[in-house]
Ligand binder design. Sequence first.
Ligand code: PGA
Ligand code: MG
Length: 224
Amino acid sequence: MPLSFRSPPQAAIIDLDGTLVDTLGDFTAALDAMAGELRLPAVSSQVVKGFIGKGSEHLIRSVLAHVGAPASLYGRAWDAYQSAYRGLNGRFAEVYPGVVDGVRSLRAAGLRLACLTNKPGEFARDLLEAKGLAPCFELVFGGDAFERKKPDPLPLVKTCEALGTAPAATLMVGDSRNDAAAARAAGCQVVLVTYGYNHGEPVRAVDADAFIDSLAELGPLLRT
Ligand SMILES: O=C(O)COP(=O)(O)O
Ligand SMILES: [Mg+2]
C-alpha cells in the first residue's frame, strides 16, 4: 500500500509507547507499586495493555474502575503511580526491533523528526535518553504539552507548527487508533505499526494509509 504525498514528505512525527519502545513492563510495574501502596488488587499486563495510549490519567482511572476502587482514590493513585514510574522508567522497557534502522532511514531521507506521545513529557524525555533515542528527535512533546491529547488533532497541528512543516507533508507513525484519528483530523498521512497497543482491537481495522510490521519498512515505503 504505497503512500501518496503531493510533495515529498518533510517530517515525521513518531509516537512513543507501542511504536518506538515496548513499555508494557514499565506501566505494569508502576501500577503494581500503586496497587501495593493503596492496598488494591494488582492488574495483569494483559489488562494494562488495553488501557495504554490515552495518557496517565486515563490509565489510572481505567485501572481503578477495573478493580472496583472508588474514583475518589484518584489523587492518591496518581501520586503513587507517578512516583513509582519516575523511579523505574525504562527498566522494564525495550526498544522494538527495527526502530534504529527505521529512524536512521527517515533521517537519511532528509526528514525532520519529532516524537509526540500522550505520556507525560518528563517521562518521555527520560525514556528516550535512557534508550539512546533522544538524539534522533529534534522535538519531543508529551501528553502535558498541549491543551488536549491525541486522538484530538491539536497535538499534531502544534507539532507541525513547531517543525515548520505543512500537515500534508508530515507523516505520523503510531500504533493506535488515537494516532490515526489525530493524524486524519490534522491532515497528516498515517502509518501504523502492527505490534503495539491498540486497546485490544485489531490495528488493521483502523483507518490508516499503511501498516508495517517494523519501522525498518519505512525507508522502502517512502521510496514507493
Ligand atoms: O498512554 C500513554 O501514556 C502512552 O501513549 P503513546 O502511545 O501516545 O506514547
Ligand atoms: Mg502508542
